[in-house]
Write a protein that binds this ligand. Structure first.
Ligand SMILES: [Ca+2]
Length: 249
């Protein structure tokens, strides 16, 4: 989980919200062109020619104590060919955080985990406060199999009933999402519950269980002495056991 959390932080740090220029560079212009920073009045974008042709915006910072008018690029009184750092402002002297980036991936794929997001100091390097923050995230519940449960035996004389397990197999009253059943032969071998010759009163269904009435099936020829409680009766039920797939709260 720790490794996943670190990866999550890394992903988050890679996705900081970045300022964007307002508008785009005019590719045909030869004179200077400045674009406003959409998130900060203390910086701007200068359209510079790229090697190989074309012009692209590059972020520049205003001199300390000067800033860009908030209506730069919007009001016609500001021409986009003159340096926009024409306002004197103390705001551009103080360190400042960027906005928070998006939340990173949850540290787990099921159950309760943690996710992170980050921000960066976009003015100076003395921003106070946390660069990252975390929160709890909830993914679909984790699922885990119980141990195999065998709460009844054909020895009891009424067949084998692995239904309505007490106490309930899943903790905190969670409902099992799946069940598996298997049969145990008198020799101890585990075989599929739906093998030939096994007629069941309750087939393997979730969350009920599995049940076999003692008179349902023909006698079990391989039953060893002592398996049957009534000397006059020959049960055909094998001994079943069940396990449940439970959500983990
Ligand atoms: Ca059983």
């Amino acid at each position: 989980m720790y490794i996943l959390a670190v990866v999550s932080v890394f992903v988050s740090l890679q996705s900081f919200a970045r300022p964007e220029p307002v508008g785009s560079c005019d590719q045909r212009r030869r004179s200077n062109q400045y674009l406003r920073d959409d998130s900060d009045i203390c910086g701007y974008y200068l359209c510079l020619s790229k090697r190989g042709g074309g012009r692209s915006p590059l972020l520049r910072r205003c001199a300390p104590g000067t800033g860009v008018p908030r209506d730069y690029g919007v009001s016609p009184r500001h021409r986009d060919s003159t340096n926009p750092c024409v306002v004197r402002t103390s705001e551009c002297l103080r360190p400042r955080w960027s906005g928070w980036g998006p939340w990173g991936a949850c540290s787990v794929t099921c159950g309760t985990g943690v996710q992170w997001r980050g921000r960066r100091c976009i003015r100076g390097n003395n921003c106070t406060g946390q660069q990252q923050e975390s929160r709890q995230c909830l993914e679909p519940p984790c699922l885990v199999w119980t141990d195999w449960i065998n709460s009844d035996s054909p020895d009891s004389g009424d067949g084998d009933w692995e239904v309505n397990i007490v106490p309930p197999p899943c903790s905190d009253n969670q409902t099992a999402v799946a069940i598996e059943c298997r049969a145990i032969t008198p020799s101890g071998e585990r075989i599929p519950w739906d093998g030939p010759g096994q007629k069941l009163a309750v087939p393997c269904v979730s969350p009920l269980g599995i049940g076999c009435l003692e008179a349902d099936n023909p006698p079990v020829a391989m039953a060893p002495p002592g398996v049957l409680t009534d000397p006059g009766f020959t049960s055909g039920c094998l001994d079943y056991e069940v396990r449940y797939l439970c959500p983990v709260p």
